[in-house]
Design a protein around this ligand. Structure first.
Ligand code: COA
Length: 412
């Protein structure tokens, strides 16, 4: 299994992710903003008309904005009609899947250059309405009909993980602290302050002083959302968009001298309903998608210098680092606690702040991870650069693992 032609990323852009900043913008405006930044990042210049196809990851623009037919809208707003334009919907893995399809399109010879992006404008709705909209990605017969929502689904996963591995919530708090610390270094992140600063700010309003991060995270100011998950274990509701420009290796050099090669891709699915799975503490689709990506790249987990994983809830990051083969089963939480996944650790995870601090406009997330790897392996991630990073991996999960997209990026 492999690609008939090599594919590289030659440009990348994204809006800042935020819940209030983009209140006066539509999803299409955010998408165009990200695409313009991507085009501007191409060293030797790029015209949107160079793109032979457009793929757009979008989960629920129909519900969030009353706008369906997303890809045609975006092609129109970029002024590239009649280019083939495809909307991909795989829940929160929509743009990771769109990116895989963009790669396959170039590898098949259907196009030399493809624009892939993602967008979600969620903040027009209340949190309750967003929760219901997101729950469309769960199983309507067995989960949403009995009140399951995503915080509660991941809470069930966390409880199962704690029981199986004798783990505790403090390991999840270590993920929160790390990701907010990284987010503070990322100008595209929704939350740009570390937990100590956040605790100081929130504490001041309440006339309270916290001696350290853990005291704040254990307090009532970090309320339980779905036990054992608290507010700071959850990603926020966000608006945002992301875009990358893919090119066949033989034309990539006409766009840049430093393309980033897509060395391997993987995509897998699983039964949606959690109760149908033998083990909640692993996402089988993540294991399969990553095995395929490693095989295609001729790589092993030990070759990865940096990874962006889908931490929609802190427990998801812990499980991801095990499913991807970075740490043995049951050891992912300890690895976070011991600092192994910190920016200066042995395997930095989510240097951009992850979904937890960077934000999670669901359809935009997979391509925003690709944006991060484009920067990381080119050494252009500024204050959150992982020193010496040459090989990066992204892991983008739909819902509780019913769709998973993985890619491995290598310095060209
Ligand atoms: N982490 C940290 N702080 C958060 C936060 C989060 N996830 N979500 C909101 N906040 C902060 C806000 O910035 C705001 O702070 P401020 O008053 O200083 O501005 C405060 O908490 C209240 O924000 P609000 O939007 O009213 O929170 P909420 O209680 O309505 O929503 C959640 C909180 C956790 C329920 C919501 O963010 C959520 O549903 N997250 C999960 C989204 C999701 O499931 N995505 C798909 C994953 S599969």
């Amino acid at each position: 299994m492999g690609l008939n032609r090599g594919v590289s990323v030659v440009g990348a852009g994204m809006t800042r992710f935020h819940n209030r900043l983009h209140a006066d913008k539509t999803g299409r405006e955010l998408f165009v903003e990200a695409a313009i930044e991507a085009a501007g990042s191409v060293d030797k210049g790029f015209r949107f008309r160079d793109a032979g196809a457009l793929f757009v990851g979008n989960f629920a623009g129909d519900v969030f904005e009353g706008q369906g037919h997303t890809a045609a809208v975006m092609a129109d707003w970029l002024g590239i009609n009649p280019v083939p334009a495809y909307r991909i919907e795989d829940a929160c893995a929509s743009s990771g899947a769109a990116l895989n399809l963009g790669v396959i399109t170039i590898a098949s010879g259907m196009a030399d250059v493809v624009l892939v992006g993602g967008v979600e404008k969620m903040s027009r709705l209340t949190t309750e309405q967003v929760t219901d909209a997101l729950a469309l990605a769960a199983d309507s017969s067995y989960e949403t009909s009995v009140g399951f929502t995503f915080p509660s689904i991941y809470a069930a996963i966390a409880s199962a993980y704690f029981k199986k591995h004798g783990a505790a919530w403090e390991q999840l708090a270590a993920v929160t602290i790390k990701n907010h610390r990284n987010g503070a270094l990322n100008p595209k992140a929704q939350f740009q302050s570390d937990i100590l600063t956040t605790a100081r700010k929130i504490g001041e309003r309440d006339g309270r002083v916290f001696k350290d991060e853990m005291e704040f995270l254990r307090s009532d100011l970090n309320p339980v959302i779905a036990s054992p998950l608290r507010l700071f274990d959850c990603c926020p509701v966000s608006d945002g968009a992301s875009a990358v420009i893919l090119a066949a290796d033989e034309v990539a050099w006409s766009y840049t001298d430093t393309p980033v090669k897509i060395a391997g891709i993987g995509q897998a699915s699983d039964t949606i309903a959690l109760h149908s799975r033998p083990d909640f503490t692993t996402l089988r689709a993540a294991v399969k998608a990553s095995e395929d990506a490693y095989r295609m790249a001729g790589a092993t987990p030990r070759d990865i210098d940096v990874a962006d994983v889908h931490d929609c809830f802190t427990i998801a990051e812990v499980i991801a680092t095990e499913d991807l083969g970075f740490f043995p089963k049951g050891e992912g939480g300890k690895a976070a606690e011991e600092g192994l996944t910190a920016l200066n650790g042995s395997l930095p995870i989510n240097p951009d702040g992850g979904l937890k601090a960077k934000g999670h406009p669901v359809g935009a997330t997979g391509v925003a991870m690709a944006y991060e790897m484009f920067k990381q392996v080119r050494g252009q991630a500024d204050r959150h650069q992982v020193q010496g990073a040459e090989v990066g991996l992204i892991h983008n999960v739909g819902a509780a693992g019913a769709s998973v997209a993985v890619q491995i990026y290598r310095r060209g």
